[in-house]
Design a protein around this ligand. Structure first.
Ligand code: NAP
Length: 361
């Protein structure tokens, strides 16, 4: 099988580096262009990453000497790739404009950025939950006037540790959710060396995160109506997002109230058997099991459980009845794998298998 050629926009950043690792030996995709800001353009990848390579394994040989392009060099990029992944540190307006410029130039964009998460005809996908939202790509292409080009995005990393657990329980009518997330420092693109104040510390504020944690699940649970995604109106979600001294892994403590309260056994059975399109299609990055429940009272733990199924699985534990809400439980997911680059690669694998990503180069 001939692989699709892929570019990484923001290749030198923390998420970009994860993309490099995930794509260096991928069965569907091969890296053919590395793209960053004009500051890095013209340098080899190894030069541009000097002093800021954050992965535990070394830079793969295949990309070490690739010359970085500037994101402005769209015509050159277009000659080299079939689609791009995008994870950049630009303002929302600049990111929105950059991604739309690529899509209009017939370069499909699979994005980690938040800029287009609320654009009505842009699918924001957790492939196990709302793969049906990919249908809006047809109307997006009409709006953009493109044949191939479109944008698809991944939701925020904070929601991945609880939205998957809520998805199969929606049939009981989820009325209210209270969630506190305990988020790793890599979510801010940082390591302990770069952020020494985080050692032995907790910071009770992450800019913009609570709003995303409350609103984005409703869009994931939404429906496609006339080529647009209409967010769900329930449940009401309220959240607090806390930065904790952990390298990777976002943990969520969740309280939930239903219209019709299920039994604990019903919930556990639904979690145990839940699977989505990635499992049905055996996509290369799909975890064999999307949700893994631990019976032990002291699980899931960030360091012990975040890497389950290559960091793509979600782990759950401590499901019990609650005196005020119906149930409470704990969820965990890897924020830079399932929550960032890995989640985007899984979306791209699904887009490829569903015929939205095709070969041109
Ligand atoms: P980062 O480490 O600061 O990296 C930023 C990247 O953007 C660098 O490659 C940088 O290139 C590039 N860039 C800056 N200006 C550019 C331009 N004009 N054109 C092209 N590239 C440009 O940031 P990050 O943590 O990887 O995050 C990137 C994005 O992913 C953000 O939108 C973030 O919110 C999102 N995200 C991050 C996480 C996470 O866990 N870290 C999770 C989900 C989503 P230079 O090296 O040339 O400056």
């Amino acid at each position: 099988m001939e692989k699709l050629k892929v570019g990484i926009v923001g290749a030198t950043g923390m998420v970009g580096q994860r993309f490099i690792m995930l794509l260096s030996d991928h069965p569907y995709f091969e890296i053919s262009a590395l793209i960053a800001s004009p500051r890095s353009a013209g340098k080899t990848y190894v030069q541009a990453c000097e002093g800021r390579w954050k992965m535990t394994s070394p830079i793969p040989e295949k990309v070490k000497n690739m010359i970085l392009l500037s994101s402005d060099e769209i015509d050159t990029v277009k000659e080299l790739v079939d689609f791009v992944f995008c994870a950049v540190s630009l303002s929302k307006e600049e990111t929105r404009e950059l991604e739309e410029r690529y899509a209009r130039a017939e370069i499909p964009v699979v994005s980690n950025n938040s800029a287009h998460r609320w654009t009505e005809d842009v699918p924001m996908v957790i492939p196990e939950i709302n793969d049906a939202h990919l249908a809006v790509i047809d109307s997006q292409r009409k709006r953009l006037g493109t044949k191939r080009g479109f944008i698809a995005v991944k939701p925020n990393c904070s929601i991945q540790s609880y939205v998957g657990a809520l998805a199969p329980l929606r049939k009981f009518g989820i009325r209210e959710v209270v969630v506190t997330t305990y988020q790793a420092i890599s979510g801010a693109g940082k390591t302990f060396n770069e952020w020494p104040e985080m050692a032995d510390n907790v910071i009770p504020f992450i800019s913009g995160e609570e709003e995303k944690s409350e609103k984005e699940p409703l869009r994931v649970f939404g429906e496609v109506v006339n080529g647009k995604i209409v967010p769900a109106s329930a449940p009401v979600i309220t959240s607090q997002c806390i930065r904790v001294p952990v390298t990777d892994g976002h943990l969520a403590c969740v309280f939930v109230k239903f219209d019709q309260k299920p039994t604990k056994e019903e919930i556990l059975a639904l979690w145990d058997t839940y699977q989505g399109k990635p499992q049905m299609l055996s996509l290369p990055s799909a975890p064999e099991k999307f949700l893994t429940y631990f019976e032990e009272d002291n699980r899931p733990q960030t360091r012990l459980d975040r890497d389950i199924y290559g960091g793509m699985g979600v782990t759950l534990g401590r499901l019990r009845e609650d005196a005020i809400y119906d149930y409470r439980f704990v969820g965990l997911s890897h924020n830079t794998l399932r929550g960032a680059a890995g989640g985007a690669v899984l979306i791209a694998e699904l887009l490829y298998r569903e015929g939205y990503l095709t070969k041109t180069n």
